[in-house]
Design a protein around this ligand. Sequence first.
Ligand SMILES: Cc1cc2nc3c(=O)[nH]c(=O)nc-3n(C[C@H](O)[C@H](O)[C@H](O)COP(=O)(O)OP(=O)(O)OC[C@H]3O[C@@H](n4cnc5c(N)ncnc54)[C@H](O)[C@@H]3O)c2cc1C
Length: 432
Amino acid sequence: MESTSTSKTVPPTVVILGGGFGGLSAAKTLANKPVSVTLLDRTNHHLFQPLLYQVATAGLNPADIAQPIRHILRDAGNITVVLAEVSSIDPSSKRLLTPQGRSFTYDYLIVAAGARHSYFGHEQWEGNAPGLKTLEDALELRRRILGAFETAEMAESEEIRRSAQTFVIVGAGPTGVEMAGAIAELARHALAADFRKIDARKTQVILLDAAPRVLPTFAEDLSASALKQLRHMGVDVRTNKTVKELNAEGVTIDGEFIASRTVVWAAGNAASPLARELGAATDRAGRVLVNADLSVPNHPEIYAIGDMASFTHQTGTALPGVSPVAIQMGRRAGQNILAQIDRRPTRPFKYFDKGSMATIGRNRAVADLKFARFGGFLAWLGWLFVHLIFLIGFRNKAFVFLEWAWAYFTYSHGARLIYGAFRPKVSPPGSA
Ligand SMILES: Cc1cc2nc3c(=O)[nH]c(=O)nc-3n(C[C@H](O)[C@H](O)[C@H](O)COP(=O)(O)OP(=O)(O)OC[C@H]3O[C@@H](n4cnc5c(N)ncnc54)[C@H](O)[C@@H]3O)c2cc1C
């Protein structure tokens, strides 16, 4: 086999930045191939983000939806997993740097560092309206959601009780819809018998979006079905509503103030800031405008994939930030690097879209499988099946299946723990 810049006996070095859906898929493609791979991630685990909302709403535990990356890749002798945060990339010297001054050089680089939330220029809102991307985010949201019920139980005024039992979710995409449905169910079923002073069933869940319909990326009939299912669960859905102000007391939308102690941000995404270091053009969400073969313009040795890449070559608009796109891109980037090493031409990426699904709650979901669109119980069963199949690791599949079966038959959420001390603010502002 021919090598590039290194000697014939030393295999080319590939660095993969990120062990999420894209990075892990690239690593599996390069496993046990004649390349020396280093996978860098700032966490030690691969996270199954589609089920994060269940950790946030006390349905699952963190270990149910995450796996140590080095364990997943234990049989790939040519891959070294390093727990490290990358703070900058220097394409001219082919080097990545960590805040501690460590550096990693590469012959080929796959950048798959994902995305964070975007507050559309209102970054100061983050403290009062956290989003959901990591296990820390999910545990923080769980602490706030369960803590809100504790606050309501101890409230010294009706005003405080009401704002503690009002949950606002900003953004009615799949994550917002899932969060709204899950909080409504938590209140109406799992917590209903646990409190003495409050009636948990009287909890108000408000789902806001600036767009005219929920699940705007789905077909209109599925949006309408999701809206009906959400309303049936008691979720107050308000579309065409833009958040104007947000603070610790609540949210202001188009002149109306909603008093709420718990606001969840599910409204926007921005690619990892590392995308800007690659010297290529980016779109409004900060994603790299990649070439058809996923390489970065003017850098055939660098590939950007997953939530960091804007790939418009297939449909004219950027592919959505979903896990199948990242997985398939990871595979193509890995295959293209092997092609370059073998001095074969790289191949353009082609996304195979199997459809999309969103769950709303118990027995409720919508599915667009290309050949059929439907909502309700069948869509929900399909959603459960697909998520179990794609969850990594047999242990995780088994535990999640058991947790779901338990929750389904008992209406209970088994993970209702608040980690750390929680001090509810139960007095009106200004009092002791
Ligand atoms: C709450 C939620 C629900 C979702 N639900 C669905 C769904 O139902 N279906 C679906 O298809 N998609 C869903 N998605 C989207 C899907 O998870 C993403 O599209 C997918 O994870 C993108 O893969 P990625 O590899 O680009 O990034 P990620 O999977 O986010 O991986 C990025 C990795 O890079 C690491 N990293 C980031 N920055 C650094 C750094 N500076 N140094 C070192 N490491 C770094 C991170 O720790 C992470 O491991 C959901 C996303 C979220 C947040």
